[in-house]
Design a protein around this ligand. Structure first.
Ligand code: PHE
Length: 533
C-alpha cells in the first residue's frame, strides 16, 4: 500500500512538472510502461557555441589511430571546433572496419601479400559485418547518411552441420528441421511429465492445462489420446514442395528418434540467436561496412587525417602532449597538442615509447589478443540460392571453419561471395599458419561436405584475413580477465594529457558500438576538463 501510494505520488509529481512524455518515460523507469525505453548512456556532443560563448580558445587534439574510435573522437570533438588531427599507420581509415573488394591488398606480419581479385560489385566485410538495432552505430549511420539494409543473421533454410556428434553426424540439417524436431520432442516429454503428475509440486491443475496447450502449439505434438507424441510436421520442411492441383507435397522424413536428436546436439545451436547482440533484425551498410569510416573521415575532413603515419613515441608534457611518428616518406616528425587520444589496440600501444609510466605499459599488456580469421569465397553462380534456396544467413558447423555465411546482398545476381570461414582462437591460428592458397583449400575441403563438389568447382576468387597477423591491428579483438581490476581502471583515466579509447575499453568489445561509446566517453572527459579549466 505504502509503496503503491508513493509510486502514484511520484508519477503525479513528474506528470505535473514534466508533461506527458516525461510521465511516460518515468513510468518506463518504474517498469509500468508497456515497453521500457532503453538507450545508450546519456551523451551530449560538444557544441560549437561552447568555446565562443565562454571565451575559451579552441584546443588541439592529436588522435592516434583512424579506426572507429579515433574517427568518432575527432568527429565529435570537431562539432565544437576542436582542432583535431588523426595519425593513421595504414593507408585507409577504418581499422578493423574493412571491406575487401577487387584490387584490395594486404601484406601481413609474415610478409605475405594478397591482392583481391573479386569481381566488380563483389565484396567481403573482413571485420565487422552485422549491426544490432540497439547499437549507436545505427545512430551514426543515420547522422552520416549511410544507407542500411537487412543483414540476415538467422535463416531457417540455412544448415546446422555437425560431424562429431554421436548421431546424425555429417548430415547437414536445415535450422527449421532441427527446430521442429528439438521443440517437438522437448514438448512431448514435458507434456507427458506434466500430464502424468510428475510436476504436481510445481504446477496447479490450471497451470498444467495451460502448459500442455502451449506445448501442443509450440512442439506441434499430438493430443493426450496419442500420448502427446511428436511424429514430425511440415515445420521440418518438404522433400517435395506442395504445388498445384493434387500436389500436396511430401513432408521431409524420416523423423529421427528422440535419442538421436538429443545426441546430435543441434539444439545447442539455437541460443545463438537469443543473444542480445545477435538477434534478428540486424543491419549492414549498403555496399560494404566501410561506408561508415569513409563517411566519418569525410565529416572529419580528409586534410585532418595523415595516412602512413606510424607512432614512435608519445610524451606527456607539463601543458600538453606530443607525438613523434614516422611519416609515409620515412621522415621522423613531431606534433604537439593539448591532448592526445591513443585509439589504437592496447598491445600495439604498449610497444610505443612513452613516458606514461610502467604501470600504463603493464595495463596495456594485460588484455589478451584474440586470433580471428575470415575468408571470402567468390563463386561464379549463386548455387546456394538457385539449388538450395538459401538467401543469406549462416550455417554453423563443428568443423574448424566454424561458420559459413551466405551474402545478404546481391540476391538473384550472377555471382556471389560467401564467407567460407569465420573463426577464433586455435582454429583461426590453424588457418593463419598456412599460406593463403592452403587456407582456401582447407576451407573448401570442409565446405564440400555440406554443399558438395560445386563448392570447389564454382569457386573463382578468394581473399583471407588473419587479424592477429595484420600490421597495426594484431587481433580480432581483445579479452580481459577482469574489467574491474586496476588495469582497466587505469586506462579509463587519462595519463596526464593522454587518453585511451577503443572498443577494448568498453563492455561491448568486438562491436563498433564499443568503439563509438568509448570515443564519446573520452570526448566528454576532455570537453568537461577544458570547460572547467
Ligand atoms: N561482433 C562480432 C560478431 O558479431 C564478434 C562477436 C561475436 C562479439 C560474438 C560478441 C559475440 O561476430
Amino acid at each position: 500500500m505504502a509503496v503503491e501510494a508513493s509510486r502514484r505520488g511520484f508519477l503525479r509529481s513528474v506528470g505535473i512538472a514534466g508533461g506527458a512524455g516525461m510521465l511516460y518515460s518515468a513510468m518506463g523507469a518504474l517498469g509500468l510502461a508497456p515497453v521500457p525505453e532503453v538507450s545508450a548512456e546519456e551523451y551530449r556532443a560538444p557544441r560549437s557555441g561552447d568555446f565562443a560563448l565562454s571565451g575559451r580558445s579552441r584546443k588541439k587534439v592529436l588522435v592516434l589511430g583512424g579506426g572507429i574510435a579515433g574517427l568518432a573522437t575527432a568527429y565529435e570533438l570537431g562539432k565544437a571546433g576542436y582542432d583535431c588531427r588523426i595519425l593513421e599507420a595504414k593507408d585507409r581509415p577504418g581499422g578493423r572496419n574493412w571491406t575487401v573488394r577487387g584490387g584490395t591488398t594486404l601484406t601481413d606480419l609474415d610478409g605475405r601479400t594478397q591482392k583481391a581479385s573479386f569481381s566488380k560489385g563483389q565484396y567481403m566485410n573482413a571485420g565487422p559485418a552485422r549491426l544490432p538495432q540497439s547499437h549507436v552505430t545505427l545512430e551514426y549511420c543515420r547522422e552520416l547518411g549511410v544507407p542500411l539494409e537487412v543483414f540476415t543473421n538467422q535463416n531457417a533454410n540455412a544448415y546446422i552441420y555437425q560431424e562429431n556428434s554421436a548421431a546424425l553426424a555429417g548430415k547437414p540439417m536445415r535450422w527449421r528441421t532441427a527446430k521442429a524436431d528439438v521443440y517437438g520432442y522437448v514438448s512431448e516429454l514435458l507434456a507427458k511429465a506434466t500430464d502424468r503428475g510428475s510436476l504436481d509440486k510445481e504446477l496447479t491443475a490450471t497451470d498444467k492445462e495451460r502448459l500442455i496447450a502451449f506445448l501442443q502449439n509450440f512442439g506441434a505434438i499430438k493430443g493426450k489420446a496419442d500420448g502427446f507424441a511428436y511424429t514430425g510436421s511440415d515445420r521440418r520442411g518438404y522433400s517435395v514442395e506442395p504445388g498445384a492441383a493434387f500436389e500436396e507435397g511430401t513432408v521431409l522424413g524420416p523423423v529421427p528418434s528422440l535419442s538421436d536428436v538429443v545426441a546430435s546436439g543441434v539444439g545447442q545451436r539455437f541460443s545463438f540467436e537469443f543473444g542480445y547482440d545477435q538477434a534478428m533484425l540486424m543491419f549492414q551498410p549498403v555496399g560494404g561496412m566501410d561506408a561508415i569510416p569513409y563517411a566519418l573521415a569525410k565529416a572529419v575532413g580528409q586534410d585532418r587525417i595523415t595516412y602512413g603515419a606510424k607512432a614512435l613515441e608519445v610524451k606527456n608534457l607539463q601543458d600538453g602532449a606530443e607525438v613523434t611518428y614516422q611519416d609515409a616518406d620515412g621522415r621522423t616528425r613531431t606534433q604537439r597538442a593539448d591532448f592526445v587520444v591513443a585509439a589504437i589496440p592496447p598491445m600495439v600501444m604498449a610497444r610505443v615509447k612513452h613516458n606514461l609510466g610502467a604501470d600504463v605499459t603493464a595495463a596495456l599488456k594485460y588484455p589478451t589478443a584474440v586470433p580471428v580469421g575470415k575468408v571470402g569465397l567468390e563463386y561464379g553462380s549463386r548455387w546456394w540460392e538457385t539449388d538450395e534456396h538459401i538467401y543469406g544467413g549462416i550455417t554453423p558447423t563443428d568443423m574448424d571453419l566454424s561458420t559459413i555465411w551466405y551474402p545478404s546482398y546481391g540476391y538473384q545476381g550472377r555471382r556471389g561471395t560467401l564467407i567460407g570461414y569465420y573463426n577464433f582462437g586455435a582454429n583461426a591460428v590453424a588457418y593463419s599458419d598456412l599460406p593463403h592458397a592452403q587456407r582456401v583449400e582447407r576451407a573448401v575441403s570442409r565446405g564440400v561436405k555440406i554443399h558438395g563438389e560445386k563448392y570447389r568447382s564454382e569457386l573463382e576468387h578468394a581473399f583471407s584475413v588473419a587479424w592477429h597477423r595484420t600490421p597495426y591491428i594484431e587481433a580480432g579483438w581483445v579479452g580481459w580477465t577482469s574489467q574491474t581490476g586496476p588495469e582497466y581502471q587505469l586506462l579509463n583515466k587519462p595519463a596526464g594529457h593522454v587518453y585511451f579509447a577503443g572498443d577494448w575499453l568498453s563492455h561491448v568489445i568486438a562491436w563498433q558500438h564499443g568503439a563509438f561509446t568509448s570515443a564519446r566517453k573520452v570526448v566528454t572527459d576532455i570537453h568537461e576538463r577544458v570547460m572547467a579549466a
